[in-house]
Design a binder for this molecule. Structure first.
Ligand code: BGC
Length: 741
């Protein structure tokens, strides 16, 4: 009898496992040869109401639950955008204390934009995607493409500059690179997040033309050309609705006009209203912390706007499940593309390739702003004593700045980089010069540096000047430093000038030794009242792990600089349109972008305001000569294309790269237009004596403006000029053409 029972049980188990196995084999959603749509619908049909609600919101600081019962995995997010954020505790911003989460820091995105090299953006995306993949992350919270409206915005360093065309071109390869790793980009912060002051509450008043021509194009390119799998809503309001549940931005524009099929993820704490979140396009809610905890609820996440409050509304019959199912579809699609993607490659962390990529991007992004009398590169045959001055020569820059702060495997400081490169070829001495931020920790990541210094300002200046006097040249590393109000999330800068009395120190330094090279470390433009007294200036950005090596190579000339500014440096803050025509950061909960489309160089040129350094500016250690700009036709119809060609030669004696920039000027228009706008660019590498022919083909989209009345892009027949330049102001050639009816 016993044996009989046992064999019945065995048969039953065998039968069950076959049927379970059989059932598994036919589960459509697990079969990645099936179309995505079928897999999504199949999963949807198997999920309970509670399971659907659960995947719409966080379960921890950076993860959302999957559907354990169905084997749908969790989704794990990470910042972004220039390195993989260290692991934090489940419910806290503090460190989890892992020892395997130190990453490679890539240069911040202003530097990437300054390369003007789409191949570099691709390499960047592939590399950071591999780091995210290795860390088992599904969504990288970046890149950021908010337009540089004011030099005071604390987060400009995370973005790609003031020009919508440049940002659009650079964001696309970044996205493709990341996503080929089975890691989604989450392009942020959609949209109009152009300041940190009052970022959770400020309502942005902007006209449609500026919205479509300036603030949206990079997001549109990210969606339509880059194919980003997710996008992050912004904190601020537009038309009085928060960006994370904004009907105009998310429904009307993103979904309907652009056809976005991906997932809308809230910024952390950017969700404020259940009904708006339901109807206005938000798919996943993160960071709302912690409604309900005070009421003694065990799991705060259940009280997120898209959690129990949503479930209750459905159960009460006050909302139906149409939106719910759509949201779930979006989240499932994201999951299939990332966490459930069986074809994704393995990643790697701090690989040799990443080091080379980061170094290469840094080398290409550094901008030579000024180089009087060929002060740079430093001639090590002549220069035997180098005084390095400034806190930024030694301060770790990868820690700090907000959510993009990193825990790095290593970071080469500028001083270390110079020592590595120069060795015994010259004597390098160091003086602090000023004391800025002595902080050495961020969110529990400790740099290990002790930057405390009790000396007075006069003592510091005296020491630096004494060293400068005895040296053949002085390299000053200053600028901002990612501490609060100095290029950091949550805080805008308070003023345009350099902090910590650096301007005063620089006045003394150029008297002590006029052979002074200034390296400005920042992600923002800064005032330079000493500009005429200093022969050489480099824009050094936040260059990540390889910062010091890249800077040293440029300073001594191993690398010929080829970066171009992705934003203008105004002479003074009031020159900037956000501070003269519009307002920044606004008042009483409102900010007015009254400058409209006239942002950055579009404003300076229209007002004839000479900037300190213009958009697109960047010098080289060699010289480039431009031939005449030619067009392949004089007239084009609206279905035509037109090609402009220019020969560019390297007339100097070392190889170098030049970014040839094509701007279009609308010579007769029914609406006001900028003097000219960037519509194409190409970076070419040229050996000494070499000439390359550079061609740009554009169509009427390069001639168009956004007509707010018609609510569409319009290319008005009439006269145009194509202008080729080495920067927005260094015009090398011009050719007129017209668009026929
Ligand atoms: C930032 C986002 C970031 C998120 C998660 C927010 O405060 O605005 O850019 O991705 O936090 O850290």
């Amino acid at each position: 009898m016993k044996n009989y029972r046992r064999s019945i049980a065995t048969i039953l188990v065998a039968f069950l496992s076959i049927s379970v196995f059989g059932q598994r084999a036919i589960r459509v959603y697990q079969d990645d040869s099936m179309p995505m749509k079928d897999r999504v619908e199949d999963t949807l049909s198997r999920m309970t109401l509670e399971e659907k609600i659960a995947i719409l919101h966080a379960q921890s600081k950076f993860s959302s639950p999957g559907v354990p019962r169905l084997g749908i995995p969790e989704l794990w997010m990470t910042d972004g955008p220039h390195g993989i954020r260290p692991e934090v505790l489940w419910d806290e911003w503090e460190q989890a204390g892992w020892t395997n989460d130190s990453c490679f820091a890539f240069p911040a995105l202003t530097c990437l934009a300054a390369t003007w090299n789409e191949d570099m953006a691709s390499l960047y995306g592939i590399s950071i995607g591999e780091e995210a993949r290795y860390r088992e992350k599904d969504v990288l919270l970046g890149p950021g493409v908010n337009i540089y409206r004011s030099p005071l915005n604390g987060r400009n360093f995370e973005y790609m500059g003031e020009d919508p065309f440049l940002a659009s071109k650079m964001v696309v390869p970044y996205i493709k690179g990341v996503q080929q790793n089975g890691v989604a980009t989450c392009v942020k912060h959609f949209a109009l997040n152009n300041q940190e002051t009052d970022r959770f509450t400020v309502n942005v008043n902007v006209d449609d033309r500026a919205l479509y021509e300036i603030y949206l194009p990079a997001f549109k390119a990210a969606v339509q050309e880059g194919g980003t799998w997710s996008i992050m809503g912004s904190y601020n309001k537009y038309k009085k609705q928060h960006g994370c549940h904004n009907q105009y931005l998310l429904q009307d524009i993103l979904r309907k006009e652009w056809g976005f099929e991906g997932t809308v993820i809230s910024d952390w704490g950017g969700t404020h209203d259940t009904r708006q979140a339901i109807t206005n396009g938000l798919d996943m809610e993160f960071g709302t912390w912690t409604d309900g905890l005070a009421a003694g609820v065990t799991n705060a996440y259940d009280n997120y706007y898209l959690a129990k409050p949503y479930l209750d509304l459905i159960k009460l019959g006050q909302v139906d499940t149409t939106e719910l199912d759509d949201k779930v579809r979006h989240v499932l699609r994201l999951t299939f593309l990332t966490a459930m993607n069986r074809n994704k490659p393995f990643g790697s962390l701090v690989s040799d390739e990443h080091v080379l990529a980061g170094l290469g991007i840094a080398e290409e992004g550094i901008v030579l702003l000024k180089n009087k009398n060929n002060t740079l590169p430093i001639n090590l045959h002549k220069v035997k004593r180098i005084a390095v001055v400034g806190e930024n020569a030694i301060k770790m820059m990868t820690v700090g700045g907000g959510s993009s702060s990193l825990k790095v495997k290593y970071e080469i400081s500028p001083l270390q980089g110079l020592k590595n490169r120069i060795g015994t070829q010259a004597e390098i001495t160091y003086a602090r010069g000023y004391v800025g931020d002595i902080g050495s920790a961020y969110n529990g990541v400790v740099t290990g540096q002790d930057l405390s210094d009790n000396r007075s300002e006069e003592e510091l200046i005296a020491e630096a000047c004494a060293l400068a006097e005895k040296s053949d040249c002085v390299i000053f590393f200053g600028g901002l430093n990612k501490s609060n109000q100095q290029d950091a999330e949550s805080y805008d800068r308070l003023w345009y000038e350099l902090p910590y009395n650096q301007d005063r120190l620089l006045e003394y330094l150029c008297q002590a030794n006029p052979n002074l090279i200034v390296v400005n470390i920042s992600g923002n433009a800064v005032a330079m009242p000493w500009v005429d007294k200093v022969p050489a200036i480099l824009q050094g950005w936040y260059l990540g792990s390889e910062a010091g090596n890249a800077l040293a190579e440029v300073l001594v000339g191993d690398i010929n600089p080829s970066g171009k500014l992705p934003f203008s440096f105004p002479k003074k803050l009031e020159d900037c349109s956000a501070h003269s025509k519009g307002d920044f950061p606004g008042a009483n909960g409102q900010v007015h972008y009254d400058e409209g489309i006239f942002v950055g160089y579009r404003w300076y040129e229209s007002q004839n305001i000479a900037p300190l350094f213009c958009f697109g500016h960047g010098l080289s250690y060699t010289q480039f000569k431009y031939g005449a700009l030619k067009a392949d036709k004089k007239e084009l119809t609206s279905s035509d294309k037109i090609t402009f060609t220019v020969d560019v030669s390297n007339s100097g004696n070392r190889s170098g790269s030049e970014t040839v920039q094509l701007y279009i000027s609308d010579l007769e228009s029914s609406l006001p237009r900028p003097v000219k706008e960037l519509k194409a660019f190409k970076k070419v590498k040229l050996m000494p004596g070499q000439t390359k022919s550079v061609s740009f083909t554009v169509d009427k989209s390069a001639l168009s403006f956004f007509d707010p009345e018609k609510h569409q892009w319009v290319a008005e027949p009439g006269k145009f000029a194509a202008i080729v330049g080495a920067s927005s102001l260094d015009v090398k050639g011009k050719v007129n053409f017209s668009l026929k009816q």
